[in-house]
Design a protein around this ligand. Structure first.
Ligand code: GRF
Length: 194
């Protein structure tokens, strides 16, 4: 926990692999007066992730972590998270699967955002699959992370209607707008329940 202008804020680390639009959105939401969290650390498995630029832009510490050499690296990462008093991890377009050990050892909550209405369409290529299956609705889900892919307890979901003319690109863009509204809302919700 960190005190900002006399208000207690929960320290959050965001894990990314790519563009980082959810990261940018969480950083901006954290600056809202009523927000209960602060983005204190950015972790990426990919040194070329575009989202890393937000570390410099918003003056947030970043770290590139090679998640393939698990045990020792995870131990160091857990130490970094502890040093920075990180209470919550938000996965945002993070393309690695965290080990059971890491999830168990991190003494806090881990959240993920997924671009479908879970439990439907876990995994990759969700937009393509929902369109091919002629679904009427898709959406996004913020959920807790457990050791099974996209399977932890659901915190919040938002439905998005699929249009006849939708392509993967147009649907992904409309779902992403809803992701940006949903993630900070879900984060503030679970902080209330902590
Ligand atoms: C989002 O659609 C998220 O739901 C999924 O990966 C995408 C990441 O986008 N897990 P960004 O990197 O936050 O822009």
């Amino acid at each position: 926990m960190t005190k900002l202008n006399g208000i207690k804020k929960i320290n959050v680390a965001v894990f990314i692999s790519g563009k980082g639009s959810n990261l940018e959105n969480l950083i901006k939401s954290a600056k809202n007066k009523n927000s209960k969290f602060k983005i204190s650390l950015i972790i990426s498995n990919n040194s070329k992730a575009l989202g890393l630029k937000f570390a410099k832009k918003f003056n947030i510490k970043k770290k590139i972590v090679n998640f393939t050499k698990t045990k020792l690296i995870e131990k160091n990462l857990l130490m970094d998270l502890k040093k920075k008093n990180i209470n919550i991890i938000c996965l945002a377009g993070f393309m690695k699967i965290l080990s059971k050990n890491f999830i168990k050892r991190f003494n806090g909550k881990i959240l993920n955002i997924h671009p479908s209405l879970l439990p439907k369409y876990k995994g990759l290529n969700t937009h393509l699959r929902v369109i091919l299956n002629k679904e009427r609705y898709s959406g996004c889900t913020v959920h807790f992370v457990n050791s099974k892919l996209d399977s932890g307890k659901i915190i919040l979901q938002k439905k998005v209607k699929i249009l006849k003319k939708d392509t993967v690109k147009s649907l992904a863009a409309r779902v992403l707008i809803q992701e940006h509204a949903l993630y900070p809302k879900a984060l503030n919700k679970i902080i209330n329940d902590l």
